[in-house]
Design a protein around this ligand. Structure first.
Ligand code: URA
Length: 218
């Protein structure tokens, strides 16, 4: 990769084999994607079960994320929150700048949710959502909306959006007459839940961290 001119350090293409870098401070990129080398930086994905509060500690003694993360070498924090009753993907890291950008709507990092709602969901509702539903604290701009399964009794819908106002998906679906019965987050930017089992955590790969940096504009 070095020979092919694909590697840069602090903005300069490096062509010399054996060039030295400081892993704590050097900005190393391959094909312009960051390779995060700071040895103390940690990045995890957790599949949060329902009933777990999105904090690391709860004064009321309810189950928290810390019950699922175990001991890590450095303190980690959750990136944004899910409602206690929402399950699914939550990222944890001690990389404050990345965490900040992943949650701030300005960086437009898309989060994907699957909601179980009363069915059937008519085309009219899908159109209404895509147009932008007005809530009491402003309109909701969805990046996409799709009916995955549409039964008389219940429907599954996929909502992708880049903002994180409190209860946003529940409020949106309530506003269009299809209140959420179950909600799960399946994706944050390039990171998907995939086969990660409920209640388990895994370290992100170097490539995944690079992809997160890219969508966060870092
Ligand atoms: N929207 C919600 O309503 N709840 C969540 O937990 C996440 C997004």
């Amino acid at each position: 990769m070095i020979a092919a001119g694909r590697v840069s350090v602090d903005g300069q293409i490096v062509r010399r084999f054996g060039a030295r870098v400081d892993p704590e401070t050097s900005e190393i990129r391959v094909d312009d994607v960051r390779v995060v080398t700071a040895p103390d930086k940690l990045y995890f994905a957790l599949n949060k079960p329902r009933g777990v509060v999105s904090t690391m500690w709860d004064p009321q003694g309810r189950p928290t994320l810390a019950d699922y993360t175990g001991q890590t070498s450095e303190r980690i924090f959750h990136v944004g929150r899910l409602d206690t009753e929402t399950e699914g993907l939550i990222l944890l890291t001690n990389d404050g700048e990345l965490a900040n950008r992943l949650t701030h709507p300005r960086y437009k990092v898309i989060k994907t949710y699957i909601a179980k709602v009363p069915g059937p969901v008519p085309q009219r509702v899908a159109r209404e959502i895509k147009k932008g539903v007005e809530l009491e604290d402003g309109p909701v701009e969805v990046d996409s909306f799709r009916v995955v399964d549409n039964d008389d009794q219940q429907a599954l819908v996929e909502i992708r959006l880049h903002e994180g106002r409190k209860h946003i998906v529940r409020r949106l679906m309530e506003a269009v007459g299809h209140p959420v019965a179950d909600l799960a987050r399946t994706q944050v930017g390039p990171i998907g839940l995939n086969t990660l089992k409920l209640g388990t955590m895994r370290a992100l790969t170097q490539r995944e961290v690079g992809e997160l940096y890219k969508v966060a504009g870092l």
